[in-house]
Design a protein around this ligand. Structure first.
Ligand SMILES: *Cc1c(COP(=O)(O)O)cnc(C)c1O
Length: 388
């Protein structure tokens, strides 16, 4: 089946629900067992069973099946946010004395997790150049247990050579984790590129409507027991209503992504021609340094990209941003609406330098008509020019 079809059929079983198309939302903590035999039998067999709310109900099982199939892994665990999924995935494979290799352009809160929590547990993190490729072998130590990837990187959008990194990691017995949120499960197939466990902030494209927080970790069969143990041991689960909404989002993921991709490229093309725009950071742009790798490994580009402005005064920047009518300013992305966000305190690097003097701005192309979005940006640049 092609993916546009898969997203419509995965994670629902009408024949088990009176013919009703979407899976029902089960709210549960206690689950009753009719007999001692049933109680003692609760964990027998491979099939997922409903034994306690935290361990999942049919609502969660449907989403787990949909996500793991779309990502191409063995099974998936659910979390109340993308960040919770990242923390549990890392902690599934490391203990005191171990070492983690982390890309320098990782999503900011993941860096925060390593610098505070991993450090507190005596686990060392070394940040590496996202473009390192196979040279990561120079940084691997006997105690390196996790090599973390995210491609393209947050804010600066470097495309990583994930297969080359994974090859080296596997030669040294390390596990490769990937934050695959940018591409969603549809535009990058992590398990075809050597990834052992793939993380989605489902908050973004899978849920897709700016009203759900959810995270997922999909793993290979080999890594699944460790992920499952970590999710269960930390008491992690996603709420049933959020699972329902995420399944609903997945139904339109394929068509939404195509539109996000097209509009982002249209905006990037227009922005490139504005004199105040110094650089566009978008892997699908033919002039992007990561373009060839992106073409080799990805099936598409999402709606999130960056631009570097020429240095402008703060009042000029504020007049550009504050007056925008369609582009909202706020965290997160992946919803139907366009967003714009200047990099501020969330921008940190320690292994590589970022020496663009102008402001780095992140744009999420929503599902609006691109002409309306361009008019909004155009009016913004006119305000900016008056104050520059
Ligand atoms: C937003 C985001 C996350 C975290 O997801 P939350 O659900 O907001 O916790 C992780 N990784 C990337 C790349 C993100 O953009």
């Amino acid at each position: 089946m092609k993916e546009e079809t898969l997203v419509t059929v995965l994670g629902r079983k009408p024949e088990k629900n009176h013919g009703i198309i979407n899976p029902p939302v089960y709210h549960a903590s206690t689950v009753l067992f009719p007999t001692l035999d049933a109680l003692e039998d609760r964990k027998n067999g491979k099939k997922k069973k409903v034994i306690y709310g935290l361990a999942g109900t049919p609502t969660q099982f449907e989403l787990e099946e949909a996500v793991s199939t779309l990502e191409g892994g063995y099974d998936a665990a659910l979390f109340p946010s993308g960040l919770a999924a990242i923390a549990a995935a890392i902690l599934a494979f490391v203990g005191t004395g171990d070492h983690v290799l982390m890309l320098d352009s990782v999503y900011g809160p993941t860096r925060g997790f390593c610098d505070y929590w991993l450090k507190k547990f005596g686990i060392e993190t070394t940040y590496y150049d996202p473009l390192i490729g196979g040279d990561i072998r120079k940084l691997i130590r006997p105690e390196t247990k996790v090599v973390f990837t995210e491609s393209p990187g947050s804010l600066t959008f470097e495309v990583q050579d994930v297969p080359a990194i994974a090859d080296v990691a596997h030669q040294h017995g390390a596990v490769v984790l990937m934050d695959n949120t940018w591409a969603s499960p549809l535009f990058f197939k992590p398990f075809e590129h050597g990834v052992d466990a793939s993380i989605q902030a489902g908050t973004k494209y899978m849920a897709g409507h700016s009203d759900v927080m959810i995270g997922t970790v999909t793993a290979t069969e080999e890594c699944w027991p460790a992920i499952k143990k970590s999710a269960a041991g930390f008491g992690q689960q996603a709420a049933p209503d959020d699972c329902f909404l995420t399944l609903r989002g997945i139904r339109t993921l394929a068509v939404r992504l195509v539109r996000h991709q097209e509009t982002a490229l249209t905006l990037a093309d227009w922005l490139k021609r504005q004199p105040e725009v110094k650089r566009i950071l978008h892997p699908a742009d033919p002039g992007d340094p990561g373009h060839e790798l992106w073409r080799r490994d990805f099936k598409g580009a999402s709606g999130l990209f960056g631009m570097v402005l020429e240095p402008v005064s703060r009042p000029a920047l504020a007049s550009f941003l504050d007056g925008l009518e369609l582009f909202g300013m706020g965290y997160s992305w992946g919803g139907f609406e366009s967003l714009i966000l200047p990099a501020v305190e969330n921008f940190k690097r320690t292994a590589t330098a970022w020496d663009e003097p102008g402001r780095l701005i992140r744009i999420h192309a929503g599902l609006e008509n691109p002409d309306d979005l361009i008019s909004d940006l155009d009016a913004g640049f006119k305000r900016l020019r008056k104050l520059r």
